[in-house]
Design a protein around this ligand. Structure first.
Ligand code: FAD
Ligand code: UDP
Length: 389
């Protein structure tokens, strides 16, 4: 016998929140197996050699409208006030120079794009066209038959969405799941913030300490550097851990296709390459993230000191993100599920296999093949454990 009541694979948001709840509120002895040498999953952060606190797997900014999620995480961290702002940096049409404007594209971006007076006039026109909305998606805007609004839509499509989306997904905005571009709408206000959620901020000491506190509980054992798949067997509705039947809840937060040895073929993903650069200067850019929406081979540059508020004179670290298709090679990380009817159908076959095991629960961005933010997966982990406790 393993001596554990519950097994959790992965120590990211899904695994860590579930582990804490089962241990604390369910009184269960929980074993967490994590393949990486650290907890936190893709939200993990750490100081680099220059002492700059960096996010190793891409920039993570916490935001939510879900009070329960905010309260739950707030037990394990204090927060730093931070409201993420992003600008686009792109070539100015016809001049050879460059220009910037806020993203999401808003009424101020309109003035930067079309000039003060014309931008203001077009902004009023947009407000009249959508009197009861605070925002509109680019795909919705492109349906508008009014020629002037169609011209705005064309501008935003060309200067914000089409090239960035091609870089990120290798497909146009029409070809990808509409919910993806809807994450970054056209704002019918001058609000320059990337997210408008009621609760936003950065963990005061970083994400890793928040996860460490969450997993610090007498009923939780975390084993790092352990690939659960080397110790698990799934057959005939039974799960075995180290050769012994395991009848308690098993919460698996890794890839669904990998769990079943890619039986129906691999699920498609996008991966990222991160280009970190440490520079001997106080500051590199004006904003936490700058999106290169038209040119360049990377999508965006993030400068971590803006996010973390770290005061470190004379040195800063930036990170460029390059997206490409995931091939499943050694060391590659499947960052984004590619949501489409075809891929969802393939996922459903793996999900059906999982359902043959009554004590197996697929939870998380990988295991559920969804585009979850940190708050959404925290909410999912709270809901699942509500049912299990
Ligand atoms: P993960 O964080 O992927 O954790 C899964 C864990 O399981 C990993 O640690 C993995 O090593 C482990 N694992 C997998 N298989 C095994 C195995 N066989 N054995 C042992 N361990 C295993 N969200 C936001 O809210 N705000 C943001 O600003 C934001 N920015 C993002 C930027 C990027 C570039 C990316 C890719 C994502 C971003 N997200 C953001 C989303 C956020 O990363 C996810 O919502 C969150 O990490 C999901 O947590 P998870 O536990 O489901 O998955
Ligand atoms: N997007 C875009 N231009 C931008 C920002 C976003 O075209 O300047 C599109 C792109 O398709 C991207 C999606 O909107 O994948 C969602 O953007 P978000 O910033 O939410 O992506 P994430 O931070 O999750 O990578």
């Amino acid at each position: 016998m393993s001596g554990y009541d519950a097994l959790i694979v992965g120590a990211g948001y899904a695994g860590a929140v579930a582990a804490r709840r089962l241990a604390e509120d369910g009184g269960k002895k929980v074993l967490v197996l994590e393949r990486r040498p650290h907890v936190g999953g893709n939200a993990y952060d750490c100081p680099n050699d220059a002492g700059v606190l960096i996010h190793l797997y891409g920039p993570h900014i916490f935001h939510t409208n879900d009070r329960r999620v905010f309260d739950y995480l707030s037990r394990f961290t204090k927060w730093r006030r931070y409201q993420h702002r992003v600008i686009a940096d792109l070539p100015r049409d016809g001049s050879g120079g460059r220009m910037t404007f806020p993203v999401p594209f808003n009424l101020d971006s309109m003035k930067a794009a079309f000039g003060e007076a014309e931008g203001a006039r077009l902004g009023r026109k947009l407000l009249d066209a959508y009197p009861a909305q605070s925002q509109v998606t680019i795909l919705e805007l492109r349906q508008n038959p009014d020629p002037e609004i169609a011209a705005i839509a064309d501008y935003v499509y060309e200067h914000v969405f089409v090239h960035y989306t091609m870089k990120q997904w290798g497909q146009t905005p029409e070809e990808i799941d509409p919910a993806t571009t809807a994450r970054v709408p056209v704002r019918l206000s001058g609000d320059p913030r990337y997210f408008l959620d009621a609760y936003q901020g950065m963990p005061l000491e970083g994400y890793a300490p928040m996860f460490q506190r969450m997993l610090e509980h007498p009923n939780i054992t975390v084993e790092l550097g352990r690939d659960a798949l080397a110790r698990l067997e799934l057959a005939d509705g039974t799960i075995r851990l180290d050769g012994e039947p395991f009848t308690g809840p098993v919460i698996y937060t890794g890839q669904a296709d990998e769990l079943f040895n890619f039986r129906f073929g691999p699920l498609p993903y996008r991966t990222l390459d991160f280009g970190f650069e440490t520079l001997e200067r106080d500051c590199f850019q004006t904003h936490g993230t700058v999106n290169y929406t038209v040119d360049g081979d990377y999508t965006r540059i993030t400068e971590f000191k803006h996010l973390t508020g770290q005061v470190l004179p004379g040195v800063t670290t930036i990170m460029k993100e390059y997206s490409r298709s995931y091939a499943g090679a050694e060391g590659e990380i499947p960052y984004y599920a590619i949501i489409s009817p075809e891929n969802n159908a393939l996922y459903a076959k793996y999900k059906a296999l999982a359902e043959d095991h009554p004590n197996l629960h697929l939870l998380g961005r990988l295991a559920e093949y969804k585009y979850y933010n940190m708050d959404a997966i925290t909410a999912r982990a709270l809901e699942l454990t509500d049912r299990l406790i």
